[in-house]
Design a protein around this ligand. Sequence first.
Ligand SMILES: Nc1ncnc2c1ncn2[C@@H]1O[C@H](COP(=O)(O)OP(=O)(O)OP(=O)(O)O)[C@@H](O)[C@H]1O
Ligand SMILES: Nc1nc2c(c(=O)[nH]1)N=C(CO)CN2
Length: 176
Amino acid sequence: MSIPRGSDSDAAKVHQAAIALGSNIGDSHTIVQSALQRLDETPGIALNACSPVYQTVAIGPPQPDILNACALLSTTLDPPTLMTAMLAIEASFGRIRRERWGPRSLDLDLLLFDDLILKQPGLTIPHPSMTQRAFVLVPLLDIAPDWVDPVSGQTIAMLAHQVDWSGVKLYSLENE
Ligand SMILES: Nc1ncnc2c1ncn2[C@@H]1O[C@H](COP(=O)(O)OP(=O)(O)OP(=O)(O)O)[C@@H](O)[C@H]1O
Ligand SMILES: Nc1nc2c(c(=O)[nH]1)N=C(CO)CN2
């Protein structure tokens, strides 16, 4: 938890955000857990909930399965500042972008931020592909079934039951 408490008069507004994590290069399970810890240690961000980790068939060029999870944050940061903090954490885990949707050491997507709809260079909220992606909606369903997507007006539970779950299974460390 890294949100400082102040008096009511100087309290910054606390927002709720949902994020997605993905990794399929390196020790992906450790990378996902470490990234969550790094987010929680970031000033202005507190980690409130994490989904289980799922092993998912990669959508995109042929590559190993991806470990995906979602998390809920409280934050006093504004959306661009939160996104910048997330990109810095991605970079610190060695993220290199070579091909679209290619293998990644760590991908962090900002899915939802309160009930905000935002489209600006470098940042679209809600994440534009969120509602079609079982690898996002299945873990998000575990921690935020009642959150309403402000674009479609549908809850995560409703959206999750409209996508194909076949490429998504719970990850077990015992499979390693
Ligand atoms: N809501 C968002 N979450 C994450 N990145 C976003 C978002 N909106 C815009 N972006 C921008 O998109 C870029 C992310 O590109 P990246 O290569 O990670 O795409 P991707 O996550 O692999 O693919 P996709 O965007 O389809 O999930 C970042 O530079 C970021 O500025
Ligand atoms: N299974 C899976 N497929 C993907 C993922 C992802 O996180 N998991 N991310 C993508 C774009 O970043 C494209 N395809």
